[in-house]
Design a protein around this ligand. Structure first.
Ligand SMILES: NC(=O)c1ccc[n+]([C@@H]2O[C@H](COP(=O)([O-])OP(=O)(O)OC[C@H]3O[C@@H](n4cnc5c(N)ncnc54)[C@H](OP(=O)(O)O)[C@@H]3O)[C@@H](O)[C@H]2O)c1
Length: 341
């Protein structure tokens, strides 16, 4: 039986969903994989930090956060800040799930760096760390005999990076096209049923998909950082979000959506990238999609990506209705892949 000590950095939607999933899967991990775990540390920004070397009561921690209390009520360990938490937590695996920074990837990069230097595997759903430090963090992980994994950064729990890592050896990715931002796809789908842009945005906010300030989704930044992550990792060409040609969905009017529907077409915020010799042309932009496209039938908050490789001319993955639970599964899959490899 292999036992692992886990630490959570960030205990919001994703961190809490991961805690719930780990609890649900505890028996299965033991029976199928001979793996047991204890969560020895949880740190947040404003809801306290806790370290307990013999294992944190996850149900209690979830209840504290749910009721707006500080996790610090459950610990005697003195911690000055997040970095101090990583130094002291004593974990084998750190899950980094703090908010994404589209401009620099910090402080997640520093968190992951320190964790790897302490000999932990580092697993994240945070796209910033991938687009701004993929090479450095991967090399550091390799030098320490550890893993830096990030399956949940694009299409949540759907196996995108591990598809190429494990299932498609020797395949060269030539291009991809997809719908990678759930919020804008939901907004466009709602507009097709007659809602105004503003009402559709409000619906997405109520559903917990769009932020209070939804501009990162609407203006295409979230889609652009995902394109940058795919190009950087799967095409081997480092790309930052500002380098992606980007147009959001603000210019799509109710009239345009209605006209497209009348022609049997749909507006989609399409993410794409294509190799051009040693460089890659990348783009996020609204496009009119016809029924023949794998993107056409993707409704609401679902997402899709179609890959073209030198060996498989078209391979598509569709993920239905993602959310924090599916993101948590991507993190769990990374954990199992890291400790079993
Ligand atoms: N939500 C999804 O379905 C989804 C899907 C794919 C990827 N992701 C990515 O996953 C990450 C987490 O998303 P989320 O939805 O869980 O966000 P969230 O609900 O806003 O939670 C973020 C967590 O990070 C904590 N935090 C912030 N700054 C911190 C710091 N410096 N040190 C330690 N903890 C800090 C916050 O604590 P306080 O609340 O106390 O400030 C909170 O616990 C993001 O990078 C996001 O882009 C999310």
């Amino acid at each position: 039986m292999a036992h692992f000590k886990l630490a959570f950095l960030g205990f919001g939607n994703v961190g809490q969903a991961l805690a719930a999933l780990l609890m649900r899967k505890r028996g299965e991990l033991k029976e199928r994989y001979n793996i047991t775990y204890t969560v020895v540390g949880i740190a947040t920004g404003r809801h306290g930090r806790i370290i307990n070397p013999v294992g944190i009561d996850l149900t209690g921690a979830l209840e504290l956060v749910r009721t707006g209390h500080s996790l610090s009520l459950m610990t005697n360990t003195l911690m000055f800040n997040t970095v101090d938490f990583i130094h002291k937590c004593g974990a084998d695996v750190l899950f980094e799930n703090t908010p994404v920074n589209h401009q620099s990837g910090q402080p997640a990069i520093e968190h992951i760096q320190i964790a790897l230097e302490h000999g932990m595997h580092a697993i994240t759903a945070n796209k910033g760390a991938v687009v701004y430090a993929y090479k450095e963090l991967t090399e550091l992980a390799r030098s320490k005999g550890r893993k830096f994994l990030f399956e949940s950064t694009v299409m949540d729990g759907a196996p995108i990076f591990s598809l190429f890592r494990f299932a498609l050896p020797g395949a060269r990715l030539a291009s991809f096209r997809g719908i990678l931002n759930s919020t804008t796809n939901l907004i466009l789908t709602r507009m097709e049923s007659g809602e105004t842009f503003q009402d559709a945005v409000r619906f997405a906010q109520k559903a917990g998909l769009a932020e209070t300030d939804p501009s990162a989704d609407i203006d295409g930044w979230d889609a652009a950082i995902k394109v940058a992550a795919l190009v950087t990792v799967l095409m081997g060409v480092p790309l930052k979000p500002p380098q992606v040609e980007r147009n959001g969905i603000r210019a799509i009017t109710e009239e345009m959506v209605k006209n497209a529907k009348a022609e049997g077409k749909r507006w989609k915020l399409v993410c794409s990238a294509e190799r051009d010799r040693d460089t890659v042309r990348s783009r996020v932009a609204p496009e009119l999609v016809s029924p023949g496209s794998p993107l056409f039938g993707v409704e609401g908050s679902s997402s899709v990506v179609e890959f073209k490789t030198d060996v498989l001319s078209s391979l598509s993955i569709v993920e239905g209705n993602p959310g924090p639970e599916t993101t948590a599964y991507g993190l769990l899959a990374d954990f199992l892949n890291a400790v079993r490899s």
